[in-house]
Design a protein around this ligand. Structure first.
Ligand SMILES: Cc1cc2nc3c(=O)[nH]c(=O)nc-3n(C[C@H](O)[C@H](O)[C@H](O)COP(=O)(O)OP(=O)(O)OC[C@H]3O[C@@H](n4cnc5c(N)ncnc54)[C@H](O)[C@@H]3O)c2cc1C
Length: 345
C-alpha cells in the first residue's frame, strides 16, 4: 500500500540538504508515495560524501574516504549496493605513521567505497527525486498548519505538511532559529578539515595506499587511485589535515595550506621533493563532531518537524544512513498520527 491509498491528502515533505541522511529519507518517503522536494545549496548531491572530478584522468574523494558497516540494517543495505555495483571493497594497504615508524594497521575492517567515486551512492539515492540544486534555504516559517521555506534568493515554496532538516549541526541550528530544538543542536560543535587534492604523473613510491598519521599537520592520506573503479593513469592523493591543525589555520591563505600539507606529505613518504601536476585545496567548515549524541533524530510531532544528520548517530556515512532511516520512520509515524486524528470517531 502506498500513502496515496490513504484517505488523507498526500503529505508534502520538504527535505533540506541532499547529503546521505536527507537522501535516504527522501528516497524512502518518495518510494512510499509522498510528495517530496529536496532543497540543496550546492551544485550536486552527496554533501560530505563527495567526489571532485577535475578532468577524466583526475578524480578525488575529498570528503568521506571510505565507510564501514556494523549495524545489521546498514550491512544489508551495503550488500545490496555491492550487488548493484554502486559500492565495492577497497582493499588498499592501510598503515599508521608516527614519525618514521610505519606500521600496518592490525585491525582491518571491511572498507567500502562508492564506484567510480564516493558520490555514486548519492547519485543512486537521488535518481528521479525532485531536487532543487543551488537553493540555499534561509528560513522555515509556520504558515497555518504547514511550513513555508524561503531560499537565499527570496523565493518561497510551500505549504509543506512536514519539514526535514538534514544539515551539519551548526547549519541546522541556524535554520531552526528560535524553535525549541535549536538549543540542543546549537550545543553540538563541528570541527573543520582542510583537504588537499594532489595528482602526480608517476606513482608515489610508497608501499601503502592509505595512512592514519600522528605527530603531523596531517591526520590521514590516501591514494585515491588505489580504490576500485577509478582511472589509474595518474596517481591521485587526498591529504586531510587534523582537526586541531585545521581549526588553528581555518582562515589561512589557500596557497599556504597547499604548500604546508604537501610538505608534510613529502615528509611522511620520506621521498625527495614531490612535484604534483595538479594541486588544489578544499575547506570543509563542518567536518565532524567530537561529541557523541546517539539520539538518531530530534523531532517535534506537534508541528511536523524532524532533524537528522550523521552527528546524531556517531558521525560517518553509517551514522548518516541510520539517522536518515530513523527520520523516515519518524515522519511516517507523524503522518499516521495526524491521519488518525482526522478519522471520524
Ligand atoms: C574530510 C572528511 C572526511 C570524512 N571521512 C569519512 C570516512 O572516511 N568515513 C565515513 O564514514 N565518513 C567520513 N566523513 C563523514 C561523512 O562524510 C559524513 O558522515 C556524511 O557524509 C554526512 O552526511 P549528512 O547527510 O549527515 O550531511 P552532509 O553530507 O553534510 O549533507 C548536508 C547537505 O546539506 C546541504 N546544505 C547545508 N546548508 C543548507 C541549506 N541552508 N539549504 C540547503 N542545503 C544545505 C549541504 O550542501 C550538504 O549537501 C568524512 C567527512 C569529511 C568532511
Amino acid at each position: 500500500m502506498s500513502v496515496s491509498d490513504w484517505q488523507t491528502p498526500m503529505p508534502r515533505v520538504a527535505v533540506i540538504g541532499a547529503g546521505i541522511s536527507g537522501l535516504i529519507t527522501a528516497r524512502t518517503l518518495c518510494d512510499l508515495g509522498f510528495d517530496v522536494t529536496v532543497f540543496e545549496k550546492s551544485r550536486g548531491l552527496g554533501g560530505r560524501t563527495a567526489t571532485r572530478r577535475v578532468d577524466p584522468g583526475l578524480s578525488f574523494d575529498h570528503g568521506a574516504q571510505y565507510f564501514t558497516a556494523r549495524d545489521p540494517h546498514f550491512v544489508r543495505q551495503v550488500m545490496a549496493w555491492t550487488e548493484q555495483k554502486i559500492v565495492a571493497d577497497w582493499t588498499g594497504r592501510i598503515v599508521t605513521i608516527d614519525g618514521t615508524d610505519v606500521r600496518l594497521k592490525t585491525d582491518q575492517p571491511h572498507r567500502y567505497v562508492g564506484v567510480p567515486g564516493m558520490k555514486a551512492i548519492a547519485h543512486h539515492l537521488g535518481a528521479d527525486l525532485n531536487v532543487r540544486l543551488e537553493t540555499r534555504i534561509v528560513r522555515l516559517q509556520r504558515v497555518g498548519n504547514g511550513w513555508q521555506v524561503t531560499d537565499a534568493a527570496g523565493r518561497c515554496d510551500g505549504p509543506f505538511s512536514h519539514v526535514l532538516v538534514s544539515l551539519p549541526a551548526p547549519q541546522a541550528a541556524e535554520l531552526l532559529g528560535d524553535h525549541a530544538l535549536a538549543a540542543e543542536v546549537r550545543a553540538i560543535p563541528m570541527t573543520p578539515c582542510w583537504a588537499v587534492l594532489a595528482a602526480f604523473d608517476g606513482r608515489v613510491e610508497v608501499p601503502w595506499d592509505g595512512a592514519f598519521v600522528h605527530g603531523s599537520p596531517l591526520v590521514w592520506v590516501a591514494r585515491n587511485s588505489s580504490k576500485p573503479g577509478r582511472d589509474y593513469s595518474r596517481d591521485c592523493w587526498v591529504l586531510h589535515a587534523s582537526p586541531e591543525w585545521s581549526s588553528a589555520h581555518q582562515d589561512v591563505e589557500r596557497d599556504t595550506v597547499k604548500a604546508t600539507l604537501l610538505s608534510a606529505f613529502t615528509h611522511i613518504t620520506a621521498l625527495a621533493a614531490l612535484n604534483p601536476i595538479h594541486l588544489d585545496v578544499h575547506r570543509w567548515l563542518f567536518s565532524a563532531t567530537p561529541l557523541s549524541v546517539d539520539r538518531l533524530v530530534l523531532f517535534d510531532d506537534d508541528v511536523g518537524l524532524v532533524v537528522c544528520g550523521d552527528w546524531l548517530a556517531g558521525g560517518r556515512v553509517e551514522g548518516a544512513f541510520l539517522s536518515g532511516v530513523a527520520a523516515a520512520d519518524c515522519l511516517l509515524r507523524q503522518v499516521s498520527i495526524s491521519a488518525n486524528k482526522q478519522l471520524p470517531t
